[in-house]
Design a protein around this ligand. Sequence first.
Ligand SMILES: O=C(O)CCC(=O)C(=O)O
Ligand SMILES: [Fe+2]
Length: 276
Amino acid sequence: MDIQPIHAGCGAEVIGVDLEHLSSAQAEELIRAHADYGVLVFRNQSLTPDAQLAAAEAFGPINVNRFFARVPENERVALVLKEPDQETNVGGGWHTDHSYDEVPAMGSMLYAVELPPIGGDTIFASMYAAYDALSDGLKETLEGLSAVHSSRHVFGRAGVRQAKPDPRYHSPDLATQDAVHPVIIRHPVSGRPALYVNPGFTLHLDGWTEQESRPLLDYLYQVATRPEHTYRHRWEPGTVAFWDNRCTWHYALNDYQGHRRLMHRVTIDGVALEAA
Ligand SMILES: O=C(O)CCC(=O)C(=O)O
Ligand SMILES: [Fe+2]
């Protein structure tokens, strides 16, 4: 197994691994690399939903997303799909998965099944790089703050998804719980500080109004999405990207109208997040 960094901020390509036959020694090394590089890319894999689930289980217990439609072959594998006649895509804005949970998922493993002829890349951003780019003064201020995250405005009854019924999402009544996390977390595996607020699910700083929070959050989002801090990932059928939800964000580009894109996603349980 060879792990080659492909970007200064986040991303490494794992060569010489068949995810269907992962040894426990390989999984152990990959957990460390996952935390260090944020995104692990495996090319030329061939995974049924059952095999993908088994590969993901080598990294921890499975966390079944409560809002996503499931693939017909296995109800623990989420469907990430855009049909030719659908206009919106899944994950088409900067976010990290599951920050609305009290114990957010450690990572998501996405497997490309069917891709448009052109487009449909995913961009990742490093939250280690975002933190590192801040001044000592701002780091110190942020280290004393927490933020409130929610799924209500995305997956809930009042959420944008429910304006028109969409077969890709369900259970809006489960979008009730909000979660509070430190703005700067200490990554539970690498020990490095990382920025942990995101445009998709963070509502406001804890104890601050939304209006008071907006300018500071917007500034942090601008730093986080500097091109230098992002890695643009190109998929081929059979590519797996396994990202860490604690030290990266992602953004699925919606630039392939009229074409189909089908991915299978498995999410893995994490731990409660502590302040840096
Ligand atoms: O389809 C993609 O590239 C990513 C979609 C997304 O946000 C996710 O699967 O969590
Ligand atoms: Fe996502």
